[in-house]
Design a protein around this ligand. Structure first.
Ligand code: ADP
Ligand code: MG
Length: 284
Protein backbone atom coordinates (compact mmCIF):
# COMPACT_ATOMS: atom_id res chain seq x y z
CA UNK A 1 0.00 0.00 0.00
CA UNK A 2 1.26 3.48 -0.72
CA UNK A 3 0.89 6.45 1.55
CA UNK A 4 -1.56 8.62 -0.41
CA UNK A 5 -1.13 11.52 2.00
CA UNK A 6 2.58 11.57 1.28
CA UNK A 7 1.96 11.20 -2.47
CA UNK A 8 -0.27 14.28 -2.39
CA UNK A 9 2.43 16.22 -0.57
CA UNK A 10 5.09 15.13 -3.05
CA UNK A 11 2.95 16.19 -6.01
CA UNK A 12 2.44 19.59 -4.39
CA UNK A 13 6.16 19.88 -3.75
CA UNK A 14 6.87 18.96 -7.39
CA UNK A 15 4.25 21.51 -8.54
CA UNK A 16 2.12 18.96 -10.40
CA UNK A 17 -1.37 20.15 -9.45
CA UNK A 18 -3.11 18.40 -12.32
CA UNK A 19 -1.59 15.03 -11.59
CA UNK A 20 -2.51 15.62 -7.97
CA UNK A 21 -6.10 16.17 -9.03
CA UNK A 22 -6.43 13.22 -11.41
CA UNK A 23 -4.00 10.51 -10.29
CA UNK A 24 -6.58 8.58 -8.29
CA UNK A 25 -9.03 8.40 -11.16
CA UNK A 26 -6.37 7.25 -13.61
CA UNK A 27 -4.63 4.78 -11.33
CA UNK A 28 -8.00 3.17 -10.63
CA UNK A 29 -8.75 2.99 -14.33
CA UNK A 30 -5.28 1.59 -15.02
CA UNK A 31 -5.75 -1.12 -12.39
CA UNK A 32 -9.19 -1.98 -13.67
CA UNK A 33 -8.14 -2.14 -17.31
CA UNK A 34 -4.66 -3.57 -16.78
CA UNK A 35 -2.72 -0.67 -18.41
CA UNK A 36 1.01 -1.03 -18.85
CA UNK A 37 2.70 1.15 -16.20
CA UNK A 38 4.28 3.37 -18.86
CA UNK A 39 0.84 4.18 -20.29
CA UNK A 40 -0.32 5.41 -16.90
CA UNK A 41 2.74 7.57 -16.41
CA UNK A 42 2.48 9.11 -19.86
CA UNK A 43 -1.28 9.75 -19.48
CA UNK A 44 -0.63 11.63 -16.25
CA UNK A 45 2.17 13.66 -17.85
CA UNK A 46 -0.05 14.54 -20.82
CA UNK A 47 -2.75 15.83 -18.52
CA UNK A 48 -0.33 18.01 -16.58
CA UNK A 49 1.08 19.48 -19.79
CA UNK A 50 -2.31 20.15 -21.40
CA UNK A 51 -3.55 21.86 -18.25
CA UNK A 52 -0.40 23.97 -18.09
CA UNK A 53 -0.80 25.06 -21.71
CA UNK A 54 -4.38 26.12 -21.19
CA UNK A 55 -3.52 27.98 -17.96
CA UNK A 56 -0.71 29.76 -19.79
CA UNK A 57 -3.05 30.80 -22.59
CA UNK A 58 -5.58 32.05 -20.04
CA UNK A 59 -2.87 34.12 -18.38
CA UNK A 60 -1.72 35.54 -21.69
CA UNK A 61 -5.29 36.26 -22.63
CA UNK A 62 -5.93 38.36 -19.56
CA UNK A 63 -2.54 40.10 -19.95
CA UNK A 64 -3.36 40.93 -23.60
CA UNK A 65 -6.16 43.35 -22.64
CA UNK A 66 -8.03 42.64 -25.85
CA UNK A 67 -11.42 44.30 -26.26
CA UNK A 68 -14.17 41.83 -25.43
CA UNK A 69 -16.07 39.98 -28.12
CA UNK A 70 -13.91 40.89 -31.13
CA UNK A 71 -12.89 37.62 -32.71
CA UNK A 72 -12.12 36.69 -36.29
CA UNK A 73 -15.11 34.32 -36.15
CA UNK A 74 -17.30 37.36 -35.63
CA UNK A 75 -15.60 39.37 -38.35
CA UNK A 76 -17.48 39.58 -41.62
CA UNK A 77 -14.81 39.44 -44.32
CA UNK A 78 -17.36 40.00 -47.05
CA UNK A 79 -17.66 43.55 -45.72
CA UNK A 80 -14.01 44.21 -46.64
CA UNK A 81 -13.53 42.59 -50.04
CA UNK A 82 -10.07 44.17 -50.40
CA UNK A 83 -8.81 42.17 -47.41
CA UNK A 84 -8.07 38.52 -48.05
CA UNK A 85 -9.40 36.25 -45.33
CA UNK A 86 -6.85 33.61 -46.32
CA UNK A 87 -4.04 36.12 -45.83
CA UNK A 88 -5.34 37.14 -42.41
CA UNK A 89 -5.74 33.51 -41.36
CA UNK A 90 -2.17 32.82 -42.47
CA UNK A 91 -0.98 35.74 -40.31
CA UNK A 92 -2.65 34.24 -37.25
CA UNK A 93 -0.37 31.21 -37.40
CA UNK A 94 2.32 33.71 -36.44
CA UNK A 95 5.61 31.96 -37.03
CA UNK A 96 7.52 33.73 -39.79
CA UNK A 97 6.49 37.36 -39.44
CA UNK A 98 6.57 37.39 -35.64
CA UNK A 99 9.96 35.66 -35.59
CA UNK A 100 11.30 38.33 -37.92
CA UNK A 101 9.71 41.22 -36.05
CA UNK A 102 7.72 42.22 -39.13
CA UNK A 103 4.77 44.60 -38.78
CA UNK A 104 1.14 44.76 -39.75
CA UNK A 105 -0.52 48.07 -40.54
CA UNK A 106 -4.28 48.52 -40.92
CA UNK A 107 -5.54 51.65 -42.61
CA UNK A 108 -9.10 52.78 -43.06
CA UNK A 109 -11.74 55.32 -42.11
CA UNK A 110 -13.43 55.22 -38.68
CA UNK A 111 -15.87 52.35 -38.30
CA UNK A 112 -14.26 50.27 -41.03
CA UNK A 113 -13.35 47.41 -38.71
CA UNK A 114 -9.66 48.12 -37.99
CA UNK A 115 -9.87 47.67 -34.22
CA UNK A 116 -12.06 44.58 -34.55
CA UNK A 117 -9.71 42.97 -37.07
CA UNK A 118 -6.64 43.87 -34.99
CA UNK A 119 -8.21 42.41 -31.84
CA UNK A 120 -9.32 39.28 -33.70
CA UNK A 121 -5.80 38.71 -35.01
CA UNK A 122 -4.42 39.32 -31.50
CA UNK A 123 -6.85 36.82 -29.98
CA UNK A 124 -6.01 34.14 -32.55
CA UNK A 125 -2.29 34.65 -31.93
CA UNK A 126 -2.73 34.29 -28.16
CA UNK A 127 -4.68 31.08 -28.77
CA UNK A 128 -1.76 29.91 -30.90
CA UNK A 129 0.65 30.46 -28.01
CA UNK A 130 1.96 33.97 -28.70
CA UNK A 131 2.02 36.86 -26.28
CA UNK A 132 0.15 39.98 -27.33
CA UNK A 133 -0.62 43.37 -25.78
CA UNK A 134 -3.45 45.48 -27.12
CA UNK A 135 -3.45 49.15 -26.21
CA UNK A 136 -4.74 52.45 -27.42
CA UNK A 137 -1.67 54.23 -28.73
CA UNK A 138 -2.28 57.34 -26.62
CA UNK A 139 -2.52 55.26 -23.43
CA UNK A 140 0.79 53.56 -24.09
CA UNK A 141 2.48 56.82 -25.08
CA UNK A 142 1.25 58.34 -21.84
CA UNK A 143 2.72 55.44 -19.84
CA UNK A 144 6.02 55.73 -21.66
CA UNK A 145 6.11 59.48 -21.07
CA UNK A 146 5.78 58.88 -17.33
CA UNK A 147 8.62 56.36 -17.58
CA UNK A 148 10.75 58.88 -19.44
CA UNK A 149 10.19 61.48 -16.71
CA UNK A 150 11.25 58.88 -14.16
CA UNK A 151 14.28 57.99 -16.29
CA UNK A 152 13.04 54.43 -16.78
CA UNK A 153 11.98 54.62 -20.43
CA UNK A 154 14.47 52.03 -21.60
CA UNK A 155 13.36 49.54 -18.96
CA UNK A 156 9.70 50.20 -19.82
CA UNK A 157 10.35 49.52 -23.51
CA UNK A 158 12.36 46.41 -22.59
CA UNK A 159 9.46 45.10 -20.57
CA UNK A 160 7.30 45.23 -23.70
CA UNK A 161 9.73 42.84 -25.36
CA UNK A 162 7.98 39.89 -23.83
CA UNK A 163 5.06 40.57 -26.17
CA UNK A 164 5.61 39.05 -29.59
CA UNK A 165 3.05 41.51 -30.87
CA UNK A 166 2.19 44.96 -29.59
CA UNK A 167 -1.09 46.25 -31.01
CA UNK A 168 -1.15 50.05 -31.13
CA UNK A 169 -4.71 51.05 -31.86
CA UNK A 170 -5.39 54.47 -33.39
CA UNK A 171 -1.90 55.76 -33.97
CA UNK A 172 -3.24 58.96 -35.47
CA UNK A 173 -4.85 59.96 -32.16
CA UNK A 174 -1.49 60.73 -30.61
CA UNK A 175 -1.58 64.39 -29.61
CA UNK A 176 0.94 67.09 -30.43
CA UNK A 177 2.39 67.26 -26.93
CA UNK A 178 2.65 63.47 -26.82
CA UNK A 179 4.51 63.55 -30.12
CA UNK A 180 7.12 65.96 -28.84
CA UNK A 181 8.61 63.57 -26.33
CA UNK A 182 9.27 61.08 -29.17
CA UNK A 183 8.73 58.04 -26.92
CA UNK A 184 6.76 56.45 -29.74
CA UNK A 185 9.72 56.79 -32.05
CA UNK A 186 11.97 55.18 -29.47
CA UNK A 187 9.53 52.30 -29.11
CA UNK A 188 9.42 51.79 -32.89
CA UNK A 189 13.21 51.92 -33.13
CA UNK A 190 13.68 49.52 -30.23
CA UNK A 191 11.39 46.91 -31.75
CA UNK A 192 12.66 47.32 -35.31
CA UNK A 193 13.45 43.92 -36.87
CA UNK A 194 13.09 42.21 -33.49
CA UNK A 195 9.54 42.47 -32.22
CA UNK A 196 6.37 43.06 -34.19
CA UNK A 197 3.89 45.93 -34.10
CA UNK A 198 0.34 45.98 -35.34
CA UNK A 199 -0.73 49.54 -35.96
CA UNK A 200 -4.16 50.84 -36.87
CA UNK A 201 -4.56 54.32 -38.27
CA UNK A 202 -7.30 56.23 -40.01
CA UNK A 203 -4.77 58.43 -41.79
CA UNK A 204 -2.25 57.49 -44.46
CA UNK A 205 1.50 57.94 -43.89
CA UNK A 206 1.39 61.37 -45.50
CA UNK A 207 -0.61 62.67 -42.53
CA UNK A 208 1.63 61.25 -39.84
CA UNK A 209 3.62 64.46 -39.41
CA UNK A 210 1.68 65.31 -36.27
CA UNK A 211 2.62 62.09 -34.52
CA UNK A 212 6.36 62.76 -34.39
CA UNK A 213 8.32 65.88 -33.42
CA UNK A 214 9.80 66.64 -36.85
CA UNK A 215 9.65 65.52 -40.49
CA UNK A 216 12.97 63.65 -40.35
CA UNK A 217 11.77 61.58 -37.45
CA UNK A 218 8.42 60.93 -39.13
CA UNK A 219 10.26 59.67 -42.18
CA UNK A 220 12.58 57.49 -40.11
CA UNK A 221 9.64 56.02 -38.16
CA UNK A 222 7.62 55.24 -41.28
CA UNK A 223 10.72 53.78 -42.90
CA UNK A 224 11.30 51.35 -40.04
CA UNK A 225 7.63 50.44 -39.81
CA UNK A 226 7.17 49.62 -43.47
CA UNK A 227 10.54 47.99 -44.11
CA UNK A 228 9.03 44.59 -43.23
CA UNK A 229 5.30 45.14 -43.18
CA UNK A 230 2.02 43.88 -44.44
CA UNK A 231 -0.36 46.73 -45.11
CA UNK A 232 -4.10 46.14 -45.25
CA UNK A 233 -6.50 48.85 -46.30
CA UNK A 234 -10.04 48.68 -45.04
CA UNK A 235 -11.36 51.37 -47.27
CA UNK A 236 -14.99 50.76 -46.59
CA UNK A 237 -17.90 52.67 -45.24
CA UNK A 238 -18.50 52.48 -41.52
CA UNK A 239 -19.69 48.96 -40.70
CA UNK A 240 -22.02 50.34 -38.05
CA UNK A 241 -23.57 52.78 -40.48
CA UNK A 242 -23.94 50.12 -43.14
CA UNK A 243 -25.56 47.56 -40.87
CA UNK A 244 -27.88 50.22 -39.50
CA UNK A 245 -28.88 51.12 -43.05
CA UNK A 246 -29.42 47.49 -43.96
CA UNK A 247 -31.61 46.97 -40.92
CA UNK A 248 -33.69 49.92 -41.96
CA UNK A 249 -33.98 48.53 -45.46
CA UNK A 250 -34.84 45.13 -44.07
CA UNK A 251 -38.06 46.55 -42.66
CA UNK A 252 -39.21 47.06 -46.22
CA UNK A 253 -40.21 50.04 -48.23
CA UNK A 254 -43.14 52.13 -47.09
CA UNK A 255 -46.47 50.98 -48.53
CA UNK A 256 -46.88 54.14 -50.58
CA UNK A 257 -43.87 53.14 -52.64
CA UNK A 258 -44.72 49.50 -52.97
CA UNK A 259 -45.31 48.16 -56.44
CA UNK A 260 -47.45 45.21 -57.32
CA UNK A 261 -45.37 42.21 -58.23
CA UNK A 262 -46.14 38.78 -59.48
CA UNK A 263 -44.89 35.96 -57.33
CA UNK A 264 -42.27 35.15 -59.97
CA UNK A 265 -40.49 38.42 -59.26
CA UNK A 266 -41.05 38.40 -55.52
CA UNK A 267 -37.62 37.12 -54.56
CA UNK A 268 -35.92 39.60 -56.83
CA UNK A 269 -37.80 42.39 -55.10
CA UNK A 270 -35.90 41.69 -51.88
CA UNK A 271 -32.70 42.80 -53.54
CA UNK A 272 -34.19 45.93 -55.00
CA UNK A 273 -32.31 49.18 -54.57
CA UNK A 274 -33.87 51.57 -52.13
CA UNK A 275 -35.18 53.97 -54.72
CA UNK A 276 -37.48 51.32 -56.20
CA UNK A 277 -36.20 51.71 -59.75
CA UNK A 278 -35.28 48.08 -60.01
CA UNK A 279 -35.91 45.93 -62.96
CA UNK A 280 -39.17 44.15 -62.14
CA UNK A 281 -38.42 41.35 -64.50
CA UNK A 282 -41.32 41.89 -66.88
CA UNK A 283 -39.21 43.75 -69.43
CA UNK A 284 -36.88 40.80 -69.96
P1 ADP B 1 -12.47 51.12 -36.63
O1 ADP B 1 -11.52 50.64 -35.60
O2 ADP B 1 -11.95 50.97 -38.03
O3 ADP B 1 -12.96 52.49 -36.36
P2 ADP B 1 -14.20 49.10 -35.47
O4 ADP B 1 -13.36 47.88 -35.58
O5 ADP B 1 -14.26 49.75 -34.13
O6 ADP B 1 -13.75 50.17 -36.57
O7 ADP B 1 -15.65 48.75 -35.99
C1 ADP B 1 -16.80 49.46 -35.58
C2 ADP B 1 -17.89 48.47 -35.14
O8 ADP B 1 -18.32 47.70 -36.25
C3 ADP B 1 -17.37 47.48 -34.11
O9 ADP B 1 -18.42 47.16 -33.23
C4 ADP B 1 -17.00 46.27 -34.95
O10 ADP B 1 -17.12 45.07 -34.20
C5 ADP B 1 -18.01 46.32 -36.07
N1 ADP B 1 -17.42 45.85 -37.33
C6 ADP B 1 -16.68 46.57 -38.21
N2 ADP B 1 -16.34 45.85 -39.28
C7 ADP B 1 -16.88 44.63 -39.09
C8 ADP B 1 -16.89 43.42 -39.85
N3 ADP B 1 -16.28 43.35 -41.07
N4 ADP B 1 -17.55 42.35 -39.36
C9 ADP B 1 -18.16 42.43 -38.15
N5 ADP B 1 -18.21 43.54 -37.38
C10 ADP B 1 -17.57 44.63 -37.83
MG1 MG C 1 -10.82 51.68 -33.96
Amino acid sequence: MIDTGRLTLMLTELRLPTIKAVWLRFTEQADREGWPAAKLLSTLAEHELAERASRRIERHLSAAQLPAGKSLDGFDFTAVPMVSKAQVMALTSGDRWLDEGANLILFGPPGGGKSHLAAGIGLALVENGYRVLYTRTTDLVQRLQVARRELTLEAAIDRLDKYHLLILDDLAYVTKDQAETSVLFELISARYERRSLLITANQPFGEWGRIFPDPAMTLAAVDRLVHHATILELNVDSYRRRTALEKKRGRGRPATRATVKTSATASRRDNAPEDGTCDTGDTQ
